[in-house]
Design a binder for this molecule. Sequence first.
Ligand code: GDP
Ligand code: MG
Length: 740
Amino acid sequence: MSDSNTTVIARKPSAAVSTGKLRVAFAGNPNSGKSTLINAIAGTRLHVGNWPGVTVEMKEASFTHNGHRIDLVDLPGTYSLSPYSQEEVIAADYLAKEKPDVIVNVVDATNLERNLYLTVQLLELGIPTVIALNIHDEAEKKGYRIDTKGIEKSLGVTVVATSAVRKTGLDELLDAVVSTADDPERHKPHDVSYGPDIDQAANNVLERLGSELAPVPDEYPLRWLAIRLVEQDERISGLFDERTVRIVQDATEHLRSAHGSDLESLVADARYAVANGVAHQVLKKPATAKVELTEKIDSVVLNRFWGIPIFLAAMWFLFKLTFDISTPFMDWMDTVIGVVSAWAGAGLAAIGASEWISSLVIDGIIAGVGTVFVFLPIILAMMFFVTLLEGTGYMARAAFIMDRAMRSIGLHGKSFIPLLMGFGCNVPSIYATRTLENPKDKVLTALLVPYMSCGARLPVYVLFTAAFFATNQGTVLWSLYVLGIVVAMIMGLIFKRTLFRGEPAPAFVMELPPYRMPSFKSLMIHTWEKGRHFVVKAGTWILLASIVVWVLYSLPWGAEKHDTLLGRTGQAVAPVLAPLGFGDWQAGASLVTGVVAKEVVVSTMGEIYAPAAVGEEPAEEEAVPTFGEGVTEIATGLVTAVGDSAMGVLSSVGITSIAVEEPGDDGLLGSLKGTFSPLSAFAFMVFVLLYVPCMIVLVAMRQEFGSWKWAGVSVATTFAAAWVVTFIVYQGGSLLGIGV
Ligand code: GDP
Ligand code: MG
C-alpha cells in the first residue's frame, strides 16, 4: 500500500520535470509578502488566471529558471486551510486536487508562530514544499535569529530566507524549488505528529480508507483526507456515503471518549502546538525585548475611551483625503472625456458617419461610460487609503473597535470594513465581504451595503439640494447619509429576525497583525488589484448599459421623448411612484435608467427635464436625443461640490452650506423647481438613496455568491425599504404641511 503510494507521488513530479514544466503554487498568510515576492519573481508576466467557478482571483505566470519552465500559481492569502472562508476552500481544493509539483509556502519571519500554523496544514498534503522565510530583513533588524536548518530538520522541507522588498534570496528560492521537484522523494515533508491519540485515529481512518471505505475520491491525498475526516470537516465527509461516515465515527471513538466531541478544535489545537513548538525551537528573540511599538500604539488606539474617537477621526481623514486628492483628477478626467467626445464627434463627422452612429457613440457610449470614468480617481484614491490602512495593520483594529456595535445587528466587526467602503462605491464593498469567514455574514453584510450612500448618488443630491435647499445643503446631505445608516441598522435587525434567524454571530479570532509601514510598491499593487475590478467590470457593464439605454431612448426613431421606449417605461412605473411625490414619467424614466448606475439618474434628467420639456409639448425636438447632455455640466458642478460636501456629510463639523457651481440654473434647475416641491425633492433623494443597488453591484453579488438569488433578495428588500421610507417621508411631510 505505502509502496504504491510512494510511486504515485514520485512518478508525477519527475514526469513533470521531464516535460520541463513545473507547477508551483504559492501559499501564505495575508501580509506575508506573497504579492511582493511573486511580483519580484514574475513581475510583468503575472496575469489573472481563468479558474472556472472560482470568484476569488488567482494569478498565474509562466517563466523559465535555469532551463526549467515554471508555471506559477498565486493562491489566495489565508491563515489556514480550514473550510471557513471561500479563500481557504479554494486554496485547499486547489492544492488537494491539482497537487502542484511544489508548494512555496511564504512565511513572515517576523511572525513565525502564526504563519507556521498554515505551514503545518500544508504539510498534511504530503506535497513537496519549500518555505520562503520572507521579510527576513526585518526579522534581522529586530534581532531575531532564526535557525533555518532547525525548521528543515523538524518539518522536512527546504527553507530559504528571502526578502521580497530587497530582492534577496529569490534565485536561491527558485533553485530550491527546482531541486525539490527533481527529487521529490527526498523532499517529501514529514508527517508531522499531532500526538499519539490523533495520530492513531488518523491511522485508523487511513487503514480503512484503504480497505473498507468506498468510494475514495482518489484525487485527494490520503493522509490529508484522513485528518480531515478525523476533524469532521463537513465538506470532506460530504464526499463519502453515510456508511463511511459511520465507520469514521467508529475509528475516532477512542479520541472522542478521551477528549470530548469537539474534534475540530482538538486537531486545531494540535496544529497550533506544533507551530508553537517549532517556533520556540528555532527562533531566538533578543533578550532586551523592548515593549514592541505595536503594543504601544495599540494601548492608545484600542483604548476603551479613545478608541472610537480616534477611529472616527481616522475615517474622517480618510474620506477627506480621498475627496481632496481625487477632485483635481476627476476634473481632469472630465475634461479628457469632453475632449474625447469632441474629437470623436469631429472624427465621425469627418468620415461622414450617419446621425445615429454619431449619437450612439457620443450620447450613448462616451457619455455613459464617461460619466462613470469621471469617478475613477475617487475610487482609486479610496482604495489607496483603504489599502494603506490595511497594510499598516490599522484596519484590523477598526474591526476590533467596531465589533460591539456591529454585534447588535447580528454582525461582527469585520463587516464594518465593507460597509465603510460602501460610502465610496458599493461594488468593491461587495467584493470586500470576502474577508468575512462565515458565508451568512458575507450575505448579510452584502445586503446592507447598498444602504451606504455611495459616491454615485452624490450627483443627484448635489443637483437637488442646489435647486431646493441652497441654504442648508450640508445638513440635507448629512441627513441622507445618516438616514442610509439608520435604515441599514433597521434592515439588519429585520434580517436577523427573518432570513438569518437563530444564527448568532460566531465568535472568531480577531487578527491583530503587527503595525508595519507598507512599501509604496505594494500599496500600488494592492490599490490596482482593488481598482481594476471597477475598471474592468464597471467599464464593460456600463458600456453595455449605455448602449441599451441609448437604444431605449432612441426608439422608435424620431418619436417624442415620452413615446420612446424609455418614456413609456417611465409612464409605466409612474403610478407606483405617485404616492411618493414624483409620479411623472420623467422621474420614473430617470429612476429606471439609474439602475444602471445612480449617476445616470442625473444624466437622464439633464436631458428629459430640459427647459422645453417643462410644458407638456416638447417643442422643436431634434430627432436624435442627446442622452448625455448635461453630464459634463453636472459633473463639473459635482466635482467642485464633492470635496466640500464630503466634509459636511462625513464630519458634520459645522459646514452648513456648500458653494456649488449652479449646474445649468437656467435649464435643468428651473425645470426641477417647476416640477418638484421641496418635500417631493427630498423624497426623491431619499428614494434614490435607498432604491435597488445599481446593476454593477448586482453583478458583483452574482459573482460573489454564485447565483442571482441574493442579488434578487437585495433588489426586493431595498426597493421595499425605499418605497416604505419614502412614503412615510412624503405622506408624513404632506400631513404636517412641511415643504409642500
Ligand atoms: P501579501 O498580503 O502576502 O500579498 O503581502 P504583500 O506583498 O502585500 O506585503 C505586505 C507588506 O509587507 C507590504 O507592506 C510589503 O511591502 C511588506 N513586505 C513584503 N515582503 C517584504 C520583505 O521581504 N521585507 C520587508 N521589510 N517587507 C516586506
Ligand atoms: Mg497580496
